[in-house]
Design a protein around this ligand. Structure first.
Ligand code: FAD
Length: 297
């Protein structure tokens, strides 16, 4: 890889990615770059990589990606820029801002609309790409504008209707080139009593604690098929507790697979494929992964 020498102090070669993934596994990035402060520098460094045709993957909290044991060629960027700007009934947050932290800040301001996000891990950027959602809410329901840095067009603003949002899907997520950076997300909110907003959030957090396992996971592994639940189908096949290496199907929620004992990404992928095969054979339903496979497989 050829990078302008000014950027080299920001890059870490051969950096293990396990600590940047919610699953706590995965091989090294050829180069890792973590940005905490400057959108301008983020754009400069990523543009330099694009110009050199270096494969580049921007990550937030790594809460929806299964990173291969072999690691990721090229540049992996961890976006941790935490900026927030409130309007009267809106908020604009940088792509690296934590989603749960943003939800609580909005509550404090008396702005309702992000209650569903109080227990969804990850960043605002990851949520905008994935159309994250919970408790009948999702980012598509409140997003008004997305500021993106695009390889071909430079800095552009996309409106909600430009993003083809659907269940855990967006036009950005489908882009094979991946040459875009979510810089800022603007959400439309409504005034409400902070105590009421916080009480709803607390209820959602408590529900999750009760219904979902603790321990390293990626949340739901498969999307729910129309009219049904992936977890119900997996459980109906008697797969709760099924294990491959250190990767185990949770006994509390069958669509959560836990890294219970030093799992490898290969264990995880084998478990995902086994479950998909068994569910297809037993029920006729072909489950589609919600998680993304990143790196060299
Ligand atoms: C315990 C647990 C519970 C979960 N529960 C839910 C849930 O209830 N609902 C739900 O929807 N999801 C859930 N998830 C999945 C996850 O929280 C979401 O998918 C979340 O939006 C991922 O955000 P992230 O920042 O970690 O994104 P990452 O996993 O880091 O990245 C996701 C995608 O977004 C891209 N991306 C991220 N940031 C940027 C950026 N700034 N610019 C360009 N591309 C970017 C990445 O390249 C990747 O394609 C859960 C995960 C866990 C671990």
């Amino acid at each position: 890889m050829t990078f302008p020498s000014d950027f080299l102090p920001y890059l870490r070669p051969n950096e293990p990615l396990a600590r940047y993934s919610a699953l706590r596994l995965g091989g090294p990035a050829e180069w890792l770059y973590i940005e905490n402060d400057s959108s301008a520098r983020l754009v400069e460094i990523v543009s330099a990589a694009w110009a050199e045709n270096i494969a580049t993957r921007i990550l937030g909290s790594g809460a929806n990606v299964l990173i291969s044991d072999r690691g990721v060629r090229g540049l992996v960027v961890i976006n941790r820029i935490m900026q927030v700007d409130f309007g009267e009934t809106s908020v604009t947050a940088s792509g690296g801002h934590g989603l749960t932290a943003l939800a609580r800040k909005c509550a404090k301001r008396g702005l309702s609309g992000l209650e569903w996000a109080a227990s969804v891990p990850g960043t605002v950027g990851g949520a905008a790409v994935n159309n994250a959602g919970a408790h009948n809410g999702n980012i598509a329901g409140i997003l008004t504008a997305l500021q993106v840095y695009d390889f071909e067009q430079g800095e552009i603003t996309l409106q909600n209707q430009d993003l083809s949002y659907a269940y855990r899907a967006s036009s950005l997520k489908k882009r094979p080139d991946r040459r875009f950076i979510v810089l800022n997300v603007t959400l439309s909110l409504r005034p409400a009593n902070p105590e009421t907003i916080n009480a709803t959030m607390d209820e959602f957090v408590a529900y999750r604690k009760h219904s979902q396992p603790t321990g390293a996971s990626l949340g739901s592994i498969f999307k729910n098929p129309p009219g049904d639940y992936a977890g119900r189908l997996i459980e109906s096949c008697g797969l709760k507790g099924y294990t491959v290496g250190g990767a185990q199907i949770s006994s509390r929620h069958a669509n959560f697979f836990i890294n219970s004992a030093g799992a490898t990404a290969a264990d995880y992928r084998a478990l995902i494929e086994h479950v998909r095969d068994v569910v297809t054979r037993e029920t006729g339903v072909i489950l589609e992964p919600e998680v993304e496979f990143v790196g060299d497989w």
